[in-house]
Design a protein around this ligand. Structure first.
Ligand SMILES: [Mg+2]
Length: 387
């Protein structure tokens, strides 16, 4: 069956009003979080002061029989334009179940302007919509189309600096955001250590702790911080370096042979992951299924990682139906990240999630068995994104 149309729409998502009063503001209401701009005082104190506000869109793919699949995509107007003006028109009349062919086609269609970054956001959204369509045409959940389930449920770790709230919610592992970077000098190094030491004291020896450094460091600072934090037994140190600086990744690997290293949420297409696996740059790959090229790219990354004995944990995998289905289906995805940015005291069910997409309970979840990704939203009636 052929694809009849690919449309970009403005999604209408339900708003949620919690009934439980928050105990305090969430960690996301406070700065700083170390980031690539930490060296610029104008932007260092508050990450939202410079983060892009691209917003979202929906991609709806329609088969010749009128069946539709859809996905919510990121990268805002620039990514939506890549779909609307370039990818969409060239996929019409292609075989709609041929996800490998269509992903390869999109990757090659993006070559003249670069297949990474925002183009990869666009490719991901179309790929995920195609997988949703495939599930709906075949009447099966996407995790079954991938050969899953590989496990009974997903074991989630929590991300954020409200560590006490993570414990209360029943998560068995917690990842902190590192507040300070090289520009903050010795005092920043000391305060980073204070954060990690206080959290280790809070959780004790039976809970895993990780530290996310969000592209903020260089080789020298990464080594220095890792050595400072060694007594606190972090399970991994994450995304310390500028993603494109692959030589720095190799240098850090060589200087920290004892430290488990993770990265990859800002790598796009399978190619940097292949390089990382081939050169043993990190222990854990963290592709984002909505950014790296979709489910097709993630399944390729998992295959090459598994053959090399490298772990994969999807970035934010528990926060989307896409990550949930992939994480249930693919044996190499042993853990699932769940980002917690909502206020402590307010149950996750009162604020988070999309209709039809489960939330973690006591640190575990199992995705929907409904056809496709099981998202209970109806794009019929949503307005076109462009004009
Ligand atoms: Mg991260």
């Amino acid at each position: 069956m052929k694809l009849r149309s690919i449309r970009v729409l403005k999604p209408e998502l339900p708003t949620r009003t919690p009934t439980t009063p928050p105990r305090r503001e969430p960690w996301t209401a406070h700065g700083p979080v170390a980031c690539p701009l930490t060296r610029y005082p104008r932007y260092a104190a508050w990450r939202p002061s410079w983060l892009p506000r691209f917003g979202g869109y929906a991609v709806v793919v329609e088969a010749a029989d009128g069946t539709t699949g859809f996905a919510l995509g990121g990268g805002g107007t620039p990514a939506a334009a890549v779909i609307h003006e370039h990818l969409g028109p060239r996929l019409v009349d292609e075989p709609c179940l041929a996800t490998e062919r269509l992903y390869d086609l999109m990757l090659r269609l993006c070559m003249p302007f670069g297949a990474g970054g925002l183009a990869s956001f666009a490719t991901s959204a179309v790929d995920l919509a195609l997988w949703d369509l495939k599930g709906k045409l075949l009447g099966r959940p996407v995790y079954e189309l991938l050969g899953g389930p590989a496990r009974d449920h997903l074991t989630c770790y929590a991300t954020g600096n409200d560590t006490d709230w993570h414990l209360e919610l029943g998560f068995g592992a917690s990842k902190m955001a590192c507040p300070y970077g090289p520009a903050d000098g010795l005092d920043g190094l000391r305060r980073n250590e204070e954060l990690v030491a206080s959290r280790r004291e809070l959780v004790g020896p039976g809970v895993e702790l990780m530290l996310d450094c969000w592209m903020a460091f260089d080789e020298e600072y990464t080594v220095r911080l890792a050595e400072t934090l060694r007594p606190y037994r972090l399970k991994w140190l994450e995304e310390c370096l500028i993603p494109e600086d692959l030589d720095a990744h190799a240098a850090v690997r060589a200087r920290l042979p004892w430290q488990t290293l993770a990265t990859g949420e800002h790598w796009y297409t399978p190619y940097p992951f292949q390089h990382a696996v081939a050169h043993r740059l990190v222990d854990i790959l963290q592709p984002d299924i909505a950014w790296c090229g979709g489910l097709t790219a993630v399944s390729r990354i998992c295959a090459l990682a598994e053959a090399a004995g490298t772990n994969v944990i999807l970035h934010g995998g528990g926060n989307s139906p896409y990550g949930q289905h992939a994480s249930l289906a693919l044996p190499g995805l042993t853990w699932t990240e769940y980002f917690v940015g909502t206020p402590p005291g307010v149950p996750l069910q009162e604020l988070g999630g999309w209709p039809g997409v489960p939330l973690p309970q006591d640190g575990v979840l199992r995705p929907s068995d409904a056809p496709g990704f099981g998202v209970e939203l109806d794009p019929t009636g949503w307005a076109p994104y462009f004009g």
